[in-house]
Design a binder for this molecule. Structure first.
Ligand SMILES: NC(=O)c1ccc[n+]([C@@H]2O[C@H](COP(=O)([O-])OP(=O)(O)OC[C@H]3O[C@@H](n4cnc5c(N)ncnc54)[C@H](O)[C@@H]3O)[C@@H](O)[C@H]2O)c1
Length: 445
């Protein structure tokens, strides 16, 4: 009797309570916040957990820090009690499921940094109950969920995955800036640690997501997400390479792509640019590169694509130097304006933006560099380009723009009037086919 009650004691307060209907979403960023709101929209109570106290407080006041997430919607869900943000991880005791959406960057040696996932695992493990479902959404290499995360959750909770709690991986397919892309409409892959875990995860997501795609394991789900991102990285590298080759032949890559995409089968257009940006495409493929080494495998396509894509800012700088040279000017001392700091059109996200690399390269050659981006009025601190923090987007008027020796278009936001830019600027290097008029002052790069 004594022995029995002793064995039960540690789990006494952590048994599944029939009243637990809320879910927790850990990491309220570009992925976690839209997902939390999608569940709230469908009537599920969501506790959003984040270590960033500033974000937590802003969300509870009904404020948004992501352009495409309306503050009014956050406010309405906070008011109705469907959504609350918190930094108190003991609230995991109140939920039936925990979805983890924390960052997965590369470290300074360009190796996977899964410390955010493991720290989350450590923070939630002591509060897990029997029957709770834990789903990882952060992009990572195959094996993370059923090895590193599972071990962290088990050792911090004394519960066993697949027996006492459920575990799954379900990659996110958020497409920021695309108005037609809604979280609830995008088919979602789900792979559980056991078939029962998959069932549990499908049952959870069915409450908020229209189409679910079950796969046989967490590893297949993790690998599928990497395939999607590697596919983009490799194809972007291919058109970037063709851009350079066709330019040398006097052929416009944009015209070539427009023609090729009229083929109704077997072709999908990808577009060149000044280099890769964002939180996914420049980073995720290297998660696989690192893991593949453990199996004695090499990811040659991924590394070649990385090499070509990271060479692009240098190609653009070379074009800018040619364009200045044609005006009889040196890059040293030249006034250069970068138009577009966000890594893609119509978003306010400047993470990993190639514009930073261009600004560094041009400044390193003695140019006086400024930028304009209506979505990034001031540069926030970044890990690798911290010296730009606090720099403000320059004014948009004829006098200011015509004062620059050269303008480099790096991101083609719809709200930027490129025809106006063309009439104001002295010389333009266009990496996005934003200027349709072909004139001698416009250089393609
Ligand atoms: N942004 C996208 O479009 C996108 C698309 C698909 C997949 N992903 C993947 O989703 C994951 C999250 O990306 P994101 O863009 O939302 O990142 P983000 O930086 O916008 O947000 C992450 C959030 O997690 C919080 N956080 C960090 N450590 C934490 C911890 N230990 N506990 C609680 N909260 C913590 C941060 O404060 C931040 O609010 C990454 O793996 C990313 O690769 C992102």
């Amino acid at each position: 009797m004594n022995k029995k009650s002793k064995a039960r004691r540690p789990r006494k307060n952590r048994s599944a309570k029939p009243s637990r209907t809320a879910i927790a979403i850990v990491g309220l960023g570009y992925v976690g916040l839209p997902l939390a709101l999608q569940f709230a929209r469908k009537g599920v109570s969501v506790i959003g957990l984040d270590i960033d106290q500033v974000k937590v407080e802003a969300l509870n006041r009904g404020e948004s820090y992501i352009k495409h997430v309306p503050a009014s919607e956050i406010g309405a869900h906070v008011k109705s009690g469907r959504f609350v943000a918190s930094s108190d991880f003991s609230r995991v005791e109140q939920v039936e499921a925990v979805i983890i959406c924390v960052p997965t960057p590369l470290n300074r040696y360009r190796e996977p940094d899964i410390s955010y996932i493991l720290n989350t695992g450590k923070a939630i493990a002591p509060h897990l109950s029997r029957g709770t479902l834990v789903v990882l959404e952060s992009t990572t290499y195959p094996g993370t969920t059923e090895q590193e995360l599972k071990e962290t959750l088990e050792s911090g909770s004394t519960l066993v995955a697949g027996r006492d709690f459920h575990l799954a991986f379900s990659p996110e397919r958020e497409d920021p800036g695309n108005k037609n892309s809604r979280v609830g409409e995008i088919p979602k892959i789900v792979g559980g640690y056991t078939p029962r875990c998959t069932e549990k995860a499908i049952a959870l997501y069915q409450r908020a997501i229209k189409t679910l795609v079950p796969v046989s394991s967490c590893r297949v789900a993790e690998a599928s997400k990497l395939l999607e991102n590697i596919f983009r990285s490799v194809n972007i590298a291919l058109v970037n390479e063709l851009k350079v080759v066709y330019d040398a032949m006097g052929i416009d890559i944009w015209e070539v792509i427009a023609a090729a995409k009229t083929k109704p089968f077997g072709f999908m257009p990808f577009y060149p640019g000044p280099g890769l940006g964002g939180h996914c495409i420049p980073i995720d493929p290297f998660y696989l590169t690192w893991k593949a080494r453990e199996f004695g495998q090499h990811t040659r396509f991924i590394e070649l694509a990385g090499e070509i894509n990271t060479a692009m800012p240098h190609y653009v700088v070379a074009k800018a130097i040619d364009a200045l040279n044609a005006q009889g000017k040196a890059v040293k001392g030249a006034r250069v304006l970068i138009v577009g700091l966000a890594y893609k059109p119509d978003v306010d996200d400047a993470r990993e933006s190639p514009s930073f690399v261009l600004m560094d390269l041009l400044q390193g050659k003695g140019a006086k560099v400024a930028y304009h981006d209506p979505y990034v009025p001031v540069i926030s601190p970044t890990r690798e380009h911290s010296h730009w923090a606090g720099t403000r987007s320059c004014r948009w008027d004829r006098r200011t723009i015509s004062n620059f020796d050269i303008v480099v278009i790096t991101t083609a936001h719809k709200c930027v009037d490129h025809a106006q830019l063309e009439s104001w600027a002295r010389c333009i290097v266009d990496t996005r086919n934003a200027i349709l008029a072909r004139s001698r002052k416009v250089w393609r790069a």
